[in-house]
Each structure stands twice: as C-alpha cells, then as structure tokens.
Design a protein around this ligand. Structure first.
Ligand SMILES: Cc1cc2nc3c(=O)[nH]c(=O)nc-3n(C[C@H](O)[C@H](O)[C@H](O)COP(=O)(O)O)c2cc1C
Length: 200
C-alpha cells in the first residue's frame, strides 16, 4: 500500500488521478485499461497513482453509519488510507471486468464504502470529482456490461460525481489480450485526456 502523501500540496496546480483496479488479475485487461487511461491523463499533465484492490483488505460496509457522525469509518482496514487518496484526488478511474454480468466483489466492496460520502459533512469531499469507467469482458455482446454501467452511472450521479466516460471492451478472455486491440487502447488513452479537461 502506498503512502498517503498529498501530491497536490507538493506540486500545486497538478491534477491528481487515482486509478483503481478492481480485477484480482494483475497484468490483466482491467489493469491495462486503467493504466492506459492514466497514461492519457499524464499526457495532459496530471500525476497518477494506481491501486490494486486485490492487494488490499477492504471489508464490506456494515451499514453502521458511524462515519456520518465521526467522519471516520469504524472498520480499521486499508480503506482508511484509500479514503485519503480518494479525497486528495481530482479524478478517479474505476476498472472492473464483468463477473457474472456484474462487477467484481472487490470493486463492489470498495464502492459500498462510499456510503462514507453520503452525508452532508462528507459529501463535499467527493462532490464534482471526475470519474472514468473501464470494463473488459469475454462475450461479444456489448449488453454484457449494461448492469455494471447502470450501477456505476446511478451511483456516481447520486454522489454528485461527474462521469467523463466509459470504455467497454468485449471479446476479451485472456490476460492482457486488450493490449492487442489498438481501437480500445486508443479509446482509453483519449478518455484519460478528457478526464483531465473535465476536472472542474
Ligand atoms: C468469476 C468470473 C466471472 C466472469 N463472468 C463473465 C460474464 O458474465 N460475462 C463475460 O463476458 N465474461 C465473464 N468473465 C470473463 C472476464 O470478464 C474476462 O476474462 C475479462 O477480460 C477479465 O479481465 P481481467 O483480465 O482484468 O481480469 C468472467 C470471469 C470470471 C473469472
């Protein structure tokens, strides 16, 4: 787990992007797509940091809502450091493969912990952040990703976050296969550039 230094304080004016890999598979398609969005963001002058949810201990939200009263989640796990990173970032890249027509359990647990931001005191810490979404999957039918797209679109909207764009990548089974698809890789790169332009 990386440290929680605030890069914005060190480099004022430089936009900070957090890339979140929700696949447990390193060097996989999600990893490659998140990296490519980050490359696009870096080409536009941003700094970017990647986190692998599979490396972290992120428990499920237990619905106690203590975070709304105290400003801190009761669960003493890796999400504590991640909250700092989320708050310090200007934009976030969410990446998940399709797992049974939904997101991975890893990224769902991560998103569930955004309940922290669903109160008056904490909402300003997430409000207006720009977001990008990338979703690889095996089947050829683009509808395979529709439940995930709806889930994230509605959640981001509810949280007052701004979704810059989504890249879906059908027809991908094998680890890193997306790297051979120049159309998808170009789309993710462009999404990264747009993500920085979209930061309010
Ligand atoms: C548990 C599991 C469930 C999956 N479910 C689906 C599915 O419902 N539809 C689909 O098209 N692909 C499905 N896949 C395939 C992955 O989405 C695909 O291999 C993707 O490219 C993996 O991305 P990654 O390399 O980032 O892990 C599934 C894979 C796993 C391991």
């Amino acid at each position: 787990m990386c440290t929680c230094e605030n890069i914005n304080e060190d480099h004022p004016g430089v936009k900070k992007v957090l890339g979140v890999v929700g696949s447990p598979r390193k060097q996989g398609n999600t990893h490659a797509m998140v990296l490519s969005v980050m490359e696009g963001a870096k080409a536009s002058g941003a700094e970017a940091e990647i986190v692998f949810l599979g490396d972290l201990n992120i428990r499920e939200c237990n619905g106690c809502h203590a975070c709304w009263k105290t400003g801190q989640c009761i669960q003493n796990d890796d999400m504590r450091k991640l909250y700092d990173k989320i708050i310090q970032s200007d934009a976030i890249v969410f990446g998940t493969p399709v797992y049974w027509y939904g997101p991975t359990a890893l990224i769902k647990a991560f998103l569930d912990r955004f309940v922290y931001f669903n109160c008056l005191e904490n909402r300003s810490k997430i409000k207006n952040k720009s977001v990008a979404l990338v979703i690889p999957f095996e089947e050829d039918d683009p509808k395979t990703a529709e439940l995930i797209i709806t889930l994230f679109e509605r959640s981001f909207n509810y949280l007052d976050m701004h979704l810059t764009g989504t890249v879906i990548a059908p027809g991908l089974l094998h680890k890193g296969q997306v790297l051979k698809n120049s159309v998808i890789m170009q789309s993710t790169l462009e999404l990264g550039k747009k993500l920085i332009l979209d930061i309010s």
